[in-house]
Design a protein around this ligand. Structure first.
Ligand code: ME8
Length: 519
């Protein structure tokens, strides 16, 4: 058994509609996962829903449903959403599942027995909306709180706390010694700055049942449920435990189940998260892992936030992008293309309808779509759809693009990878214009030259399918089908020149991205 390349997304709060921020994070993770699969690695991609906490309890109450029924109903919506995005996930965690619960309780018992928690009285300010304790320092100059905190109440209650003070030093050293741990580097600097300039306060890991009962009960005190973030972060190891990951089972002293085949998953190779939840993943989560006796994830990939038309997305103002509507109208690959091509992984992005449509027409319809369509149509028209003998006029161009795209993918530079791939799309389109096969076809003496041109174009299209598979899996498969190939272009190694066999009969040609009038 060898360790799988393990990738995770954040698990989305179940209360709330899936939006492009959620879609983006999943698509970024999916591209990274498929890129690894394409390179021949065994991969495991985990995504899911975060279902406990006050917001869910309140939302369920408002709909007159039990929290479990409420979550069950919404899980259907979220699961169908990830299907719509073409996510190639291997498992889907819901934090209300027994397999997650049981392991969270095992973690809590173990950490409690080892003395990492203590009980103390708290008196102070609390944001119910964000389920977070606030201090006087959080007040604005005029004494009020940012509306983002929602209602801020005075609270007085007992709770369990996780001792963090002893961990600040090693965590700083670890992040300094592992520059690859947090990507991009400005997010790493942000975490280091925070850790170097603040004394870490102990983390409250419980909520009294009297106030909130929708959560995982503390195994050592039935009067409390687990703080939703402690519960949620644990999913990255509870699911490996459910898959009998030997490292996790051993660290948590869990008995394995011989009935389930064991997978080696932990440590995660890449955890993809948004910038707003960086502190949870770069500070609390590493400390939780350290006390569990588990290694840290190899890398946190931290993406920025999307706005729409330069404004924060908000349901109340109607300034939202409905990912499902875009996918239904334009196709999932057009949606995936825009999100990855428009925004590098790291900074904030801005969705504009005009920008989306412009990229669709220029880069997908007139760029890639036109290349494949005219190359294969000419092959039908001039050679009855039969691949001519090999030629290698575009071999150097495709090799250069393949290497460049691979280097970008290895560095999480997904936008740059697409830019590189499009240099090949543009080069091949330019090759059509330069070689003018429609003119060659009129002169029988040019038949050998026309063969060469048509082979080069068909083979460039095939290689583009291989390079595009991590990004646009459906389109890549359609290009293969149009070339008459009955395999999936999911092996990077097959981007080597010359794979298309002479004599093969290609399939019917159908436009990949029909041109659309701009609205
Ligand atoms: O934070 N643009 O869930 P969530 C880009 N349950 N990304 C965005 C975004 C936007 N406009 N809005 C949200 C949670 N996201 C927790 C996670 S993980 C153990 C628990 C991203 O549904 C956000 O940054 O609020 C996060 O990574 C993900 O969507 C889920 O957000």
């Amino acid at each position: 058994m060898s360790k799988r390349f393990y990738l995770t997304t954040a698990i989305d709060y179940v209360n709330g509609q899936p939006h492009i921020g959620h879609a983006y994070e999943k698509i970024v993770t999916d591209v990274l996962a498929r890129a690894q699969r394409s390179r021949g690695r065994e991969v495991f991609l985990l995504t899911g829903n975060d279902e406990h906490g006050q917001k869910v309890q309140q939302a369920a109450q408002a709909e007159g449903k039990s929290p479990q029924t409420y979550c069950d109903d919404l899980a259907v919506v979220w699961k169908s959403f990830v299907g719509k995005l073409g996510l190639s996930h291997d498992d889907y965690v819901r934090t209300t599942e027994a397999r997650h619960w049981q392991v969270v309780q095992a973690i809590l018992s173990q950490l409690h027995a080892a003395g990492h928690f203590y009980k103390a009285a708290y008196r102070g300010l609390y944001s119910t909306k964000e389920e977070t304790f606030l201090t006087e320092k959080d007040r604005r100059a005029d004494g009020t709180f940012d509306p983002a905190w929602g209602e801020v109440i005075e609270l007085s209650e007992d709770n369990y706390y996780f001792r963090l003070a002893a961990h600040q030093g090693w965590l700083i050293e670890y992040i300094e010694a592992h520059p690859e741990f947090i990507y991009p580097d400005y997010r790493r600097n942000e975490v280091l700055g925070f850790l170097q300039n603040h004394v870490l306060e102990d983390l409250c890991i419980s909520r009294p049942v009297a106030r909130l009962n929708w959560g995982i009960p503390l195994p050592f005190d039935a009067n409390f449920v687990t703080y939703v973030w402690f519960d949620a972060l644990s999913n990255y190891v509870t699911i490996p435990a459910a898959h009998q990951d030997p490292l996790v089972l051993k660290a948590l002293n869990l008995a394995g189940s011989p009935a389930t085949p064991a997978l080696e998953l932990w440590p995660a190779d890449i955890e993809v998260v948004g910038k707003d939840i960086l502190k949870f993943h770069a500070v609390y989560w590493p400390i939780m892992l350290k006390v569990m006796g588990l290694p840290l994830p190899r890398q946190l990939v931290v993406h920025g936030w999307w706005q729409k038309e330069g404004q924060k997305m908000s349901k109340s103002t109607g300034n939202v992008v409905d990912p499902i509507a875009v996918i239904d109208s334009w196709g999932v690959d057009a949606f995936r293309y825009y999100l990855i091509r428009e925004l590098e992984v790291g900074p904030d992005g801005n969705w504009t309808d005009v920008g989306f449509q412009a990229r669709y027409n220029a880069e997908l319809a007139n760029g890639l779509g036109n290349l494949v369509n005219r190359s294969l149509s000419m092959l039908h028209r001039y050679r009855q759809g039969i691949i001519p003998k090999r030629s290698d006029e575009l071999a150097a161009d495709t090799a250069r693009t393949t290497l460049a795209a691979q280097a970008c993918l290895d560095q999480n530079e997904l936008q740059a990878a697409l830019v590189r791939i499009w240099t090949l799309v543009n080069r091949a389109n330019q090759y059509v214009d330069q070689t003018a096969p429609f003119k060659l076809a009129k002169d029988p003496a040019q038949a050998p030259r026309l063969d060469e041109v048509l082979y080069n174009l068909a083979e460039a299209c095939r290689i583009l399918a291989v390079l595009l598979w991590p990004f646009l899996p459906g389109t890549a498969a359609r290009i293969y089908a149009q070339l008459g190939l009955d395999t999936v272009p999911d092996r990077w190694a097959s981007a080597a020149w010359g794979g298309l066999e002479p004599g093969r009969i290609i399939g019917p040609v159908v436009p990949l991205f029909p041109r659309r009038d701009l609205k």
